[in-house]
Write a protein that binds this ligand. Structure first.
Ligand SMILES: [Zn+2]
Length: 311
């Protein structure tokens, strides 16, 4: 086990001690954020909490018990490298190029205006936009709660702010586009987050977001493997169900969450994750190519994207 993985586990164990009430089968400790229901089926038992599916609205979520300050403590230092130890820099660049393609789906992409990248991390997306000359027509700002990664973005000369969205100083109704790439699933209340995003969008402004899909093929494989093989499949299943991912969406649940925030979903799209596009070895590579093709054919890819308009 690498030192990075140990550090991540130590953080989770430190966060969760003293805070876990008893689990009652079929009933979640944390009510569903979309329908307030507590009737759930457990999909997978993480090391520290179960991942469950709401029986009423089908939202998939981690039945976790974090405090807000616990999450802030987790997203410090070199979180990104700690959590995604298999990421070499070229994968970061590939991901940034994928994010630009997603951003180009917005109606405003060619026109320009004001852009907030929410959860900008180390600002690889904004750096890629700048490298491609988008800075000529886009006034760009990034917001993230991780001070160490915000410092990396500032070192690139970008306007990135270490704050929650509410404390970021962005005026209500000021943004033409907000991007939120792989960030909604990390936060405890995605509906509240979407409402905060909607508040800084202009009427007619657009959200472009990517989240993990709760119905992708690899999740079905992971659930099946953990049922059939038990602990022998744990490494694989733990990689599929990242502990820091608190939500997994479907087009329906993500559309419902957006609607609660006054956002109308105009486009839904899928894309493979870096695990499928950048497998760590040849054998894994063959498997991931098979997975990639079948996920594409069945519309069961790992990442779900939306473009939504503020009404
Ligand atoms: Zn529900």
């Amino acid at each position: 086990m690498s030192p990075s993985v140990k550090a991540k586990q130590a953080i989770f164990e430190g966060l969760l001690k003293d805070s876990v009430p008893a689990i009652r089968p079929g009933e979640a400790r944390k009510p569903c954020v979309l329908c307030a229901g507590r009737r759930v089926s457990t999909l997978y038992m993480q090391a520290h909490f179960p991942v469950v599916r709401c029986l009423d609205c089908r939202l998939v979520y981690a039945d976790e018990h974090f405090q807000a300050e616990d999450l802030q403590a987790f997203y410090t230092g070199d979180y990104y490298q700690r959590a995604y130890v298999c990421h070499p820099p070229e994968i970061d660049q590939k991901i940034a190029r994928d994010y630009v393609r997603c951003f180009d789906r917005s109606r405003a992409a060619a026109r320009g205006g004001s852009l907030l990248d929410f959860g900008s991390a180390r600002a690889t997306f904004l750096t890629e936009l700048t490298r491609r000359g988008y800075g000529d027509r886009w006034n760009m700002v990034g917001v993230d709660i991780n001070p160490d990664e915000v410092a990396m973005g500032k070192a690139q000369g970008l306007d990135v702010r270490c704050a929650t969205l509410r404390a970021s100083g962005l005026a209500p109704g000021s943004q033409d586009v907000v991007t939120a790439f792989s960030v909604l699933e990390h936060l405890q209340d995605p509906v509240e987050t979407l409402q905060e995003i909607a508040a800084v969008l202009k009427p007619g402004g657009e959200l472009v977001a990517i989240v993990p899909s709760g119905s992708c093929l690899i999740i079905h494989f992971a659930i099946l493997a953990s049922k059939l093989l038990g602990k022998r499949a744990k490494n694989f299943a733990d990689n599929v169900f990242h502990e820091e991912h608190l939500y997994y969406f479907s087009p329906k649940t993500l559309t419902t969450a957006c609607a609660r925030a006054g956002l109308r979903v105009d486009q839904v799209f899928y894309q493979p994750s870096y695990l499928e596009t950048h497998p760590p070895g040849i054998l894994v590579g063959v498997g991931s190519q098979l997975l990639r093709v079948s996920s594409w054919a069945l519309r069961r890819q790992t990442m779900l994207g939306v473009v939504a308009t503020k009404l």
